[in-house]
Design a protein around this ligand. Structure first.
Ligand SMILES: Cc1cc2nc3c(=O)[nH]c(=O)nc-3n(C[C@H](O)[C@H](O)[C@H](O)COP(=O)(O)OP(=O)(O)OC[C@H]3O[C@@H](n4cnc5c(N)ncnc54)[C@H](O)[C@@H]3O)c2cc1C
Length: 256
């Protein structure tokens, strides 16, 4: 690494401008003179769904740990989201949990969650991160490989659109489709050890117009878990009805 004033490093590149990439850039901005986020997609101006995050159409919520972490990095963000229409509350006291044929009691648990659509959450984080004076974005740019320093001591940059971008630190935040193991293998390095947690769960999500009372009832032929959440602050009359289903069930059926 080049020598720079104490506590200040030169440049960092973050590949991927989704939640992990934006948050990594926010953290790096405290230490690096310049942080560049390189993202394959065009960043939407507002809270819009984009191609690189297909799960963005499904319901999202933040548990208490996520809220606290976000708040530390962007003080006031939870309040701003609530003002914009997100719903917050004690996940034990303010939610109704119906499990195994009965309602759970509702004691105050002290853990606050935040329910908000994924595009809205990501937009709030993106606006704040990109407003930092030393954070730059490069959109519509596909990273095709890492670049190794001359003496093969470290990763010294990336290749993007045929161009080499140098950096003191490169972070891969491209999510589960990360090409880093493949890139490293191609350059003769062993890929990092991977740990896989197999989750046999799929989601089906559907939007419904919210009325004062949302009747849920009936006897489903194949009972499945169901979660009802208000999601869209900009369309507050349309909550989202996500339905986590086991993968072997092909077509979820909603009984309303
Ligand atoms: C159905 C479903 C529901 C979920 N619900 C929740 C929830 O309620 N709460 C919650 O906290 N989490 C939830 N998650 C998990 C959450 O969505 C992911 O953990 C999160 O999106 C991971 O963020 P990420 O930034 O690591 O990766 P991603 O969101 O996958 O983003 C990767 C980014 O990298 C970019 N990219 C990829 N390759 C390149 C390249 N070569 N060059 C440049 N850019 C590139 C992509 O365009 C994208 O922007 C859910 C996930 C799913 C699938």
């Amino acid at each position: 690494m080049k020598s720079t004033p104490a506590g200040q490093r030169n440049s960092a590149i973050v590949i991927g401008g989704s939640m992990a990439g934006l948050l990594a850039a926010r953290v790096l901005s405290d230490r690096y003179r310049e942080v560049t986020i390189v993202e394959r997609d065009t960043f939407p101006i507002g809270a819009e769904q984009r191609r690189g995050v297909p799960q963005g159409r499904h319901t999202h919520g933040l548990l208490a740990g996520g809220c606290t972490a976000l708040e530390k990095l962007f003080p006031g963000i939870a309040r701003a989201l609530v003002e914009a229409g997100a719903v917050t509350g004690d996940v034990a006291r303010d939610c109704r949990w119906f499990l195994e044929g009965g309602y759970l009691s509702r004691p105050a648990g002290g853990l606050k969650g935040l329910f908000v659509s994924r595009p809205t959450l990501e937009a709030a984080v993106r606006v704040r991160t990109l407003a930092l004076p030393n954070v730059r974005k490069r959109e519509n740019a596909i990273v095709t490989s890492l670049v190794i320093s001359e003496r093969s001591e470290r990763v010294s940059g990336i290749k993007v659109d045929g161009e080499v971008l140098a950096a003191d630190l490169v972070i891969d935040a491209t999510g589960r489709g990360s090409r880093t193991p493949h890139w490293l293998r191609n350059m003769g390095y062993p890929p990092p050890r991977e740990e896989t947690v197999h989750v046999d769960l799929g989601y089906a999500t559907r939007f419904f117009r919210r009325h004062r009372l949302l009747p849920l009832g009936g006897q489903p032929v194949v009972p499945r878990p169901l979660l009802v959440l208000r999601q869209l602050p900009f369309r507050i009359d349309q909550p989202l009805l996500p339905q986590p289903v086991q993968r072997r069930v092909q077509r979820p059926v909603l009984h309303l």
